[in-house]
Ligand binder design. Sequence first.
Ligand code: ZN
Length: 293
Amino acid sequence: MTEGEDPAVPDSKRRKFDRNLMETGHRLAHRVVEPVPFCWFCDRTAGTRSKEHIFPQWLLRHHDAMDERVHPTRISLPLGGAVVSERGERPLRAHVNGEVCADCNNGWMSALEAAAMPILTQEPRQGAIPSDDVGVITRWFAKTAVNLNVTQPFRLLVEAQSRHGLATGIPSGFAVHLFRSAKQNGVFDWVQKSPEMALCPQDQQGDILKIMELTLVTHIRIADLVGVVVYAPKPLRPEDVVLPDATRIYPPSGRRTTWETVPLLTDYLDGIAIVEMKDAGSAGACPPDEAST
Ligand SMILES: [Zn+2]
């Protein structure tokens, strides 16, 4: 359910981030509206909750980053006040999602971590990226982006069906792009934002701001590797969000991707995301003109 479609969720059941915005009189951007669940990744309503590490211990240990401190901070971007990480008070090992059930955490999430470990820690990274590895990397970055989206101060943008679908595969709606970052301040960084601009047919310009606000673009940096997770709401397809400066690994483009061809940019915040609506041949650019959160 997105904003305006389901007034049935009482304010007291909404995420703290939304409640704070409402209490301070902000205009709320479009978002997914649902009560805070028992587990963000499944339908269970009772049982045991556990703490899912947003950045897993094995990855922190590999990069000797157990004590790296990072703190989510809001910055002003044209659309929606993106939230980026900043060096701060909390060590990364204490960055957890406490609203995950033990079955998810000890089951499919644990298996996904085990599958991702050899891929994300291999050095040097070289040669073609096998399609099995693309599947694992995509699902791992998507899961991490959802963990950030539900726990960090940004509007909820991934619907329950797509969050839950990560337990068994890669739900439609997700895309993952890669690039490398020359600048590295600490080992981990992230930013949550929406696309910076759109190209759309004249008759769809009325809907484009809503579609852009509902599209999540999350950059996640691990050392030099940046995974950009796109989550696009219907009727948008994730392929309709174009990142000219990065390499899309999923959905597959048909071209073989090698680690050597993953582009090198200056900073993990680099690269813009453009929504390209179908039949945009005669379209004009539709930059957002109103910031909201
Ligand atoms: Zn669960």
